[in-house]
Each structure stands twice: as structure tokens, then as C-alpha cells.
Design a protein. Structure first.
Lengths: 614, 614
């Protein structure tokens, strides 16, 4: 199955159109302005000298690269001369400052010129990867190939130094990214050498110990503990890991490499069954921004970086091409509606780097009592920019290209993976999807007169026991395979799918210690949470039972549909100011739950996804 | 009120007699042998040279000091020539190696002679304090005053250097202990100068910033953030803190110092109402072995050092002299039956340093996934000796002197604080206490014919709503004040107190996040726990309701009375190998709970005090 690119998709009115509007009209400028203020654009002038302020950082190239890629995705759909002009200026500076041998990196040209290719953790190949992705996207959007040529020249150098001569101080990137970028470049240019280089980096990884001397962490941090084809458990820095796994899946598909496919499936299973938060967040510890061990899913201390949830979507969307299985679409959906989207504020102006499933001020107080903690409790404060500001431009490019995840097709079938109002060009003609999902239950799909073949609709995991499917008004009897409902379409048709978007309680596997005795509430793909701004302080004192005791309510302030659930609140009245009591009392209460993606948009407050359960 | 010393108490058959037997016949030798193997006794020869093995550590003096004090407490009750001979040998070496000016410290004479009194965190005054306590105890037990004289000579030097000349590189001890030791020395010798010096250290503390340069921690760690009389919240290293607070309480009492008393009451309240585990354990974080913030009581990562629980008893027993209030006796009882006693194995051969309320192998797995963590999850393994082996000889001296906590008296009243079978000499004649407490509910007390006055019995917090009290067979109508039942006794009488030792569920204040939705089970003063060796893996999958569904059962292997409670176990069958499910199933089960003090005596296993609650 091949994916249908967002380039062939027009997003229609609805949930994601609103997000794209905020993204294209606000977030893209907010990110740009913060990057300008912090010197990231000026850095491309290569004029920084010792003693000056705003010293370029080793990953600034990649920050601007993702911003350029975001701009490209936006102008693919609508002209934005102001943004395009600014990109052209950056590209001109790149051309001017590219080294004669093709090398392009701000930090290692301007700040530490002697240290080129000397430490695998210094993000050089990572920056090259992001600049390559940006160059491809910008060429696709505008037809301008200057940046593409700059990057091809640089990548020729990288190919020579790393693959042909093997003369750098390290052999594979410390932060993976270039692998999947090279595959994109190959698909754009048709030049096989880029695919070869991507495969080279994957073949070479883990073949020898590659941890910089005195480094604080192990080779697992870099996914270098084993050859890629022998990696069956997700390890180390979770963004690096999933960028690598995405690259592995690309190469597995391109080369029909069974050993790589086997590793990819095992890695996905390990994340899906043992290491993924309900929100689609991954990376259980701030220490190494890393995966830890199976079933270890602390809520308050979840690292769950926005970039990691995005990286998981990249990985899952490639797996989806390898095998039609609703688990992949389920993960993409879970991440995009929750652990990714929580990364940007509703107004598009500020961001989370970490997206934990719980903020409790009582726990954060502990940060004061336990100094220099490696895993501090995160603060419920969205920031306009970060020192390491990888997440904001990652989310802008993700939202701008959300159309990438809607459809796929193969010789017989068009697959609908995600329910987003849109018009999608397929080889069988146009498909129109119209829905209020996720707040509405109904999805209406219409096909062209030219459509002959199968339509396969993903039945989300939450709805597998109840859904209604009609074709041209008649109840359909689809064939269900791996979570997809297959129906035959012959010409212009209207298909209606009604999903089960009633609020549901979710429980965690008993092996997840942190969620023992707790329950989360979901509605369709949305994970809900309780905030103290609605429910008072001390969210752990709340207790809820069945979702039968709930109703939904529009929330105009947040633009959400909230869930109001009857529950009980443990009172102080038996404790007499002390810690322990032989009796406890509850008082009845109503608890307002809002979608997780909308959390912490009304100032600092406490928040929790997993509530104490009756 | 003054305490009645263990020297005037003969422990009778029962719970604590058994512990004292194991302590005096096994533990004292086990500790001695481990200390001998590791070179701690040989260190007193002052023969260590650079390049030799078994380099003395800065706190080895204190390890042997506490062992000597333990021996003194044991031989106070029964002759032990072998132990006494060994102490005499150590004291002879002390005499031989004391420096001409009185200084006595192994490390700073043998290993780093130039660094005497140069860093307040290097435990010199702490060692001096423990050696002083040992000298007093050994003199009391044997009448031999050699060690006492050695220490007085050393303390004269300390008095000169610190108080008179103020010429050391620091002003107050980094690890408090000498304060309370000096008060003991004053009470033994009657020499006011020792009390003055103790008061000096307390008056001086916190008057200026005293943190060694580049030190990892703040002045709170050393309780030096404020003058003692302005300290109202328990802060920093919890053993240091409670040794200090005990010394403060001593000085407050001796000088009738209202400001110090006020601080002591506030500090006790802060611990009692906000920072104490159900087991009487204190110190919520391994980082700094320290108190953190109110209501922060993590179970698995509880530091709860054995020494800290002992230190809390020292503090509470001094507070008890300041005010008759059952809260103090409740804390002493809670700690001694739980968080202190868990520190030694049932066979007296191995020890816990940390006494967390939960061990889960699934959490410990995280130690592997999160390298170099400052707060690793503790291992459920008792050790025979530690590099820093303060706890083993602390528990030997504590158990040997348990008689210290039974009674007190003032001009009108004899107070019975703890229910331990014993014969107690009071100024009103002998009192005999006979009980199977804590496994039995009844306490029988008899007084001499000479007894005229009031007898005050502590009514433990767990029994305040139900107890039966008779005097000479007739129901008594005691006056209840601050948790004590006062009765008038006129001559030889028998008093019977029946307490409510039925199993009870205990709940934590809703502000304690970690215990939300959980319940602990207690029986009398004993806190119970579930172990995986009895209940299978995955203790967090267990759920219990009311204690009405329970029975008790003798456990011959452990010598305990266990609680068997009906509960439910969350099954895997709705999860299909995955993490999340919309349904959950429980299966009924019986859960065996054993007393916390008996945990981890049958090999490594999981253990939890706070179970998920219906």
C-alpha cells in the first residue's frame, strides 16, 4: 500500500481545518518570531564571533529547517509570499556560506571549525537530515531547487566521508533523522545513491561500540547497542529511536528486507504493548529523554516529548504501508489527537516540550525539597520558545501535513485511515470525506463515478464492538480484516460510517503499577483529563465509577465538548489535620473532564488523566 | 515528667523479650563480626598507612561507639565477660592513641592528619558524640570510667576550639549528635560545662551560612538555614534533623527555654501531621536522605532509614517529657513496632538501611532503564553490613534499651507509655506489667502496696474509641486528658486495660497523592503488608475492601499473627496482551497480610503496605 500524500488532499472544514488555520496564521509566525529573537535566523549569516551574544547552538540549523519545511507545507496549499521570501533569504545565505567542499553547518563552521564530524552526539547529521527534508518540501511546493542542490552537494560530501572513506571520528549519526530524509530525497530526485546512503547508515549502526568517551549514557541511548536487524525492543532516546525506526521501515519497504521488517514489527509491538501512554506519548523518563522498561508508565514524570509522539506517528505511518492493520492507524490517531496536539496551546502561541499525563502542584513542591533531581516533576507552563526548541517547528510541520495520514491505496483498494473532512485524489478518482469527528460520530464518504474497487475503512479500536456502516443508504456487510471494513464500490456512492463516540472508561493493564486502581475516560479517539481550574485542588481526592453517570457539554471557552461525570470527593473531615485516619468520608460531586489536548490553556493548574476508580 | 530509665526496668516475657534475646545473643555478635571483618576494630590501633587495605572511614569511630553502647546496655542487665573484655580492649587502644591535646579521631589522625576540624560534613563531632554516649553507658553499666575520662579530655578540647576560641573552620556540627550526647554526659557527671557546650552548639547553629564550598546541597540539609529557635518545619537529612531536635528538646527542658520549646513542638507537629509514614519512618527522599515537603510520601522511593525512625523516637521521647500527650507515645510505638524493627531481620543477622513501604520488581526494573538515578528504587535485600553501617549498631542499642520508653513519672503520677511486659521501679514502688501485646489485647498492671497516687495509661490512637479499663475488677471511670487515662490507685491494685486490637483499615489524607485510592491494614500498633511470596506477583492488581472480611492466623514460620483478608485480583483477561482495555475483570482471592516488621524475611520478593482500595 502506498500513502496518499497531503499534496493530493484538500482538508475540508472541521477539527483539523481549524488547527491548520491557527497553525498557518499564528503558530508559524510565532515560531518564526521567537527564532528571530533568539538569533536563529541571523545565525545563517555565519557572522557570529567569539564574545558575541546569541552563540549558535549545534541544532539551530534543524530548528530553521523544520520551520522552512512547515512553510513549504503551508504554501503547497496557499500562496504566502511573505514566508516564501523569508525562506528564499535563508536559502541565499546557505548558498553563500556553504563551504567549498559542500559542508554546511553553522556551529561547526562558525563556532568550532576544527571539530567537524568529530562527535556523533553533536547533531551534524541530524541537522543535515532536517535541512534535506526542508529542501525536498520546498522544492515540491515551489519548484525552486536551490536548497535541494545545496543539500545534494553537502550529502555528496557526507556520502564520501562516511560511506566511501569512512574517515569521520564516528560511523553513524548520534541523533538519527538523516536516514528517513535520504529516503525522501531519493523519492524526490529518483537518485538511488541517497537510498544507498540511508541503507548504509542503517546497516552500519550497532556494528561497533559508538559511545563518545566519558559520555553519561549507554549505547542504548543512541540505539547502537545492537545491529538494527537485531533490535526488537525500543530503547534509549525516544525521538532518536522512532526516527530511526521510521528510517528502518522505509528501507525495509524499499528493499523488501525481511530481517528489517521483522525488527520493525517487533519494535512497534514493544512500544504498542508495553511502552506507550494512553495519549500516544512515548519516552517514560527525562533521564535520556528515553524509553525505560515495559509497563513503566509514570504519569507525572512522563517525559512524552511532543517530538516523540510525532516520531511515533512517522514510524506507525510507515508500518501501515507494510501491513494493513488498524493498530497503526489507532496509534496515529491516538497520538495526533492527544500527545501531539497537547504540544501546542489552543491559541497557537505557546508550547509544551513534555506532555505528562498529570500535573500536581503537591508533587512539584517536591522539586524544591529534592534539589538537582534528574527527573523533576514538570511545570504546567506552556512556553513560547525553548533553548532546545525542536518541538514547536515539528508541530507546525506536522499539522500542516496532517493530510498525509488520511488515505492510502494499492491496486485493488483505497484505504481510509483517518476520518478528517477532506477531498482526496486517488487513482480511482476523488473521494470526499465529511465529518464532525472527533466530536461527531458520523463520517460520510462519497466516491466518484469512476470508482470501481474496494474501499477499506479503519474501524477504530474504541468502536470495534459497535459501528454502523451503510452504502447508498443500505446496511453494508463488510468483510473485516485486521480492523478494516472492506466494501465494494461501483461508481458514485455514498458511504456512511457511524462510530461509537460515547464516553468510555479505560483501564490499564495490571502490570502498569502507576495506574493501579485508576481509570481514564475517553470519547472516541480523545483522551480526557480533569483540571483543578474546573474541579478544585487535589484531583487525587476525586473518585469516579462507571461512565453511565455522565453527560457531555459544549465548552465555548475551549471550543471542546467536555464530559461531566458524577463522582465522589474524599473529604478532610475524618483526618483532623493529620495524615492518617481509620474512617474516610466522601462527598458527591460532578467532575468536568476536558480533552487532554486542551489542557493547561487557562493558566497554571493541576491536571490528571488517570482518576481514582471506584 | 521524667522518664524512667531502662536501668530501672526488667523486661518480662513477651514480644520485646524475644527481640532482646535475639539482639543480645545474635545481633550484637553479627554486628561485631562484620565490623571486625571490615577493619573497624583494627582501626583503633591507629596503624593504617597509605597503600594498606581497609582504610578507616570518617564515621567508623561512631560505628564502634554504638556497638560499645549496645554492649553496655546489654551488660547492664546480664554479665557478658566476652563482650566486656572486647570493649576494654578498644578503650585501652583509645587511651593509647588519644593525642596529647585530647583529640581522638581515627581518620583525622591516621589518614588525613592535617585536616582536623576543617570540614563540618566530615563527622568529627558526630563521632565524638557517639563515643561520649558510649562512654556514659559503659560507665553506668560497669563503673569503669576510663573511656569517660578519655572523652571528657577530648570534649575539653572541643569546648576550647569551638566555644572558647571559635578557631575551627566551622562552628557547629554538620551531623548533629554531640548535642544530645553532651546532655547525657552532663546528667552522668553533673558537670554543667557539658550542658553549656550543648546549648552553645544549639544557640550558634544557623546564625551564619555554613555550607562547605561546592557542596551539593543546601544549608537545609544541615538544619543550618535558620537559628534553631526559628526552625518550625523539619528540613534536610532526617537523622541529623531528629538528633538535633532531640538535643533541642533536652536543652529546652533543662533551661526551660520557651522559644526552643515552641520550635520543638512545631517541628514535631510538622513531622507528625505532614511528613511521617504510617510505619513511623521518616525521610522521604534518598536525595540528601532527607525530608522533602508536606504530604509527599512516596512508598517505593521512601528513604525511611532505620536510624531516622530511631532518631524520631529519641525526639518524641524527649517531647513526652515536655508535655503528656499520647501523640508522642503513639509515634514511639508506631516507629518501634514498624519502621525501626523492620531494620533487622527476624534472625538478627541482616539489616535494612532503607525501609520503604513498597518493593515492586516492576519498578526496580526501571533502575536499569534509568541509569545513574539519584532516587533508585530500593532492592528488597537485607545486608549483613553496609559501607555506611550506622543502622545495625543503632538498632542493637535501641532494642537493648527498649525499657527506656515504658514509664515516666512526676510528683503525682506514674505514666505508662508503652505496653511491654516488665517490672518497673518507680518512686512509688514497683509496677508489674504483663501482656501479650501487640498480638494480645489485654494489659495487666499491678502496683505495690506502697503506691498512692495516680496511674496514667496511654490510650493508643487506634483504640481511643474503644477500650475497657478495670481497677481491682471494677470498671474504672478514668479522667481522660491528652490521650491518657488517669486513675487513682491506693495501695496494691490490679489494673486491666483491654485495647481494640482488631484489624483496621487506615486511609491517608487526600493530600497524600501516592496513597490516593489505597488502604493500609493495621492491627493494634502493627502495620501490615502483603508480600508476593504469599500473594503472587503483581501486588498492585489486588484490591481490598472492609476489614470485616478478614480473619487472623498464626504464622509459625515468622512467629507472627497474620491477617487473611478477602479481596479481588485484576486479571489480564481483558487486555489481550496489551496496555489498555475498555473492560476489566476481577477474580476473588484471599490476601495474606503479615506485619511490616517481618517483611522480606523469606528471600527477595515484592511487598506493599498500601493496597488498592474498593
Amino acid at each position: 500500500m502506498k500513502n496518499i500524500s497531503f499534496r493530493d488532499v484538500a482538508i475540508g472544514d472541521g477539527f483539523w481545518k481549524d488547527r491548520q488555520k491557527t497553525n498557518a496564521e499564528k503558530t508559524i509566525y510565532n515560531v518564526r518570531d521567537r527564532f528571530a529573537e533568539t538569533g536563529r535566523f541571523d545565525a545563517f549569516r555565519f557572522e557570529w564571533k567569539d564574545g558575541m551574544e546569541k552563540k549558535p547552538h549545534i541544532f539551530w540549523d534543524s530548528d530553521i529547517a523544520k520551520w522552512i519545511e512547515s512553510v513549504a507545507f503551508i504554501i503547497e496549499k496557499e500562496p504566502r509570499p511573505d514566508l516564501e521570501k523569508q525562506v528564499d533569504e535563508v536559502v541565499d545565505l546557505m548558498e553563500k556560506n556553504q563551504q567549498p567542499d559542500g559542508y554546511f553547518n553553522i556551529y561547526f563552521t562558525v563556532c568550532e571549525p576544527g571539530k567537524r564530524f568529530s562527535n556523533r552526539d553533536w547533531h551534524e547529521l541530524y541537522c543535515a537530515g532536517h535541512l534535506t527534508e526542508a529542501a525536498v518540501a520546498y522544492y515540491n511546493a515551489t519548484g525552486k531547487d536551490k536548497m535541494l542542490k545545496i543539500m545534494c552537494k553537502y550529502l555528496d560530501l557526507i556520502d564520501r566521508v562516511f560511506r566511501v572513506e569512512d574517515s569521520a571520528a564516528f560511523h553513524t549519526p548520534g541523533h538519527e533523522e538523516i536516514e528517513l530524509a535520504l529516503v525522501k530525497l531519493y523519492r524526490c530526485t529518483g537518485e538511488k545513491k541517497w537510498l544507498n546512503l540511508a541503507k548504509y547508515f542503517i546497516d552500519r549502526r550497532g556494528m561497533q561500540e559508538e559511545v563518545p568517551e566519558d559520555y553519561w549514557c549507554s549505547s542504548r541511548y543512541f540505539q547502537s547497542h545492537l545491529p538494527c536487524r537485531e533490535q526488537f525492543t525500543a530503547e534509549g532516546h525516544s525521538v532518536r529511536a522512532c526516527y530511526l525506526y521510521a528510517g528502518m521501515a522505509d528501507i525495509a519497504l524499499e528493499y523488501d528486507d525481511e530481517a528489517l521488517k521483522k525488527a520493525c514489527f517487533a519494535l512497534f509491538d514493544d512500544i504498542y504493548n508495553k511502552k506507550m501512554y494512553l495519549t500516544g506519548g512515548i519516552g517514560q523518563s527525562a533521564v535520556g529523554e528515553a524509553f525505560t522498561v515495559p509497563y513503566d508508565l509514570p504519569n507525572s514524570r512522563a517525559y512524552t516529548e511532543t517530538c516523540a509522539a510525532i516520531a511515533l506517528v512517522y514510524f506507525a505511518s510507515r508500518m501501515q504501508k507494510m501491513k494493513v492493520d488498524s493498530r497503526f492507524g489507532d496509534v496515529i490517531e491516538r497520538a495526533m489527537f492527544n500527545g501531539v496536539l497537547s504540544g501546542v496551546s489552543l491559541d497557537g502561541g505557546s508550547f509544551f516540550y513534555k506532555n505528562p499525563l498529570e500535573f500536581l502542584h503537591a508533587e512539584r513542591e517536591r522539586n524544591k525539597g529534592v534539589p538537582k533531581q534528574q527527573e523533576p516533576f514538570p511545570e504546567p507552563v506552556r512556553q513560547r520558545v525553548f533553548d532546545c526548541s525542536c518541538c514547536p517547528p515539528n508541530i507546525t510541520r506536522f499539522i500542516a501535513s496532517i493530510g498525509d495520514y488520511i488515505c492510502g491505496e494499492d491496486e485493488n483498494t483505497v484505504y481510509i485511515h483517518q476520518y478528517i473532512s477532506s477531498t482526496v485524489k486517488t487513482s480511482r478518482g476523488e473521494i470526499k470525506i465529511k465529518t464532525d469527528y472527533p466530536y461527531g460520530a458520523e463520517v460520510d464518504i462519497s466516491t466518484d463515478g469512476s470508482f470501481r474497487g474496494k474501499l477499506a475503512l479503519r474501524i477504530p479500536g474504541f468502536s470495534k464492538d459497535y459501528y454502523a456502516l451503510t452504502v447508498n443508504g443500505a446496511k453494508a456487510s463488510p468483510v473485516i480484516e485486521n480492523g478494516y471494513a472492506y466494501i465494494d464500490i461501483d461508481g458514485a456512492s455514498t458511504v456512511s460510517l457511524v462510530l461509537d463516540t460515547a464516553p468510555k472508561a479505560v483501564y490499564a493493564n495490571p502490570l502498569v503499577n502507576e495506574d493501579a486502581g485508576r481509570v481514564a475516560v475517553t470519547m472516541g479517539p480523545l483522551v480526557y483529563c480533569a483540571e483543578s481550574v474546573d474541579n478544585g485542588e487535589n484531583l487525587r481526592a476525586l473518585k469516579i465509577g462507571a461512565t453511565a453517570d455522565c453527560r457531555t457539554e459544549k465548552n465555548d471557552e475551549l471550543g471542546t465538548t467536555d464530559i461531566i461525570i458524577k463522582g465522589r470527593r474524599l473529604t478532610q473531615n475524618t483526618f483532623d489535620g493529620g495524615l492518617y485516619a481509620y474512617e474516610r468520608n466522601y462527598e458527591p460531586c460532578e467532575i468536568r473532564l476536558i480533552p487532554f489536548y486542551a489542557c493547561i490553556n487557562r493558566g497554571e493548574c493541576d491536571m490528571t488523566v488517570w482518576l481514582v476508580s471506584e
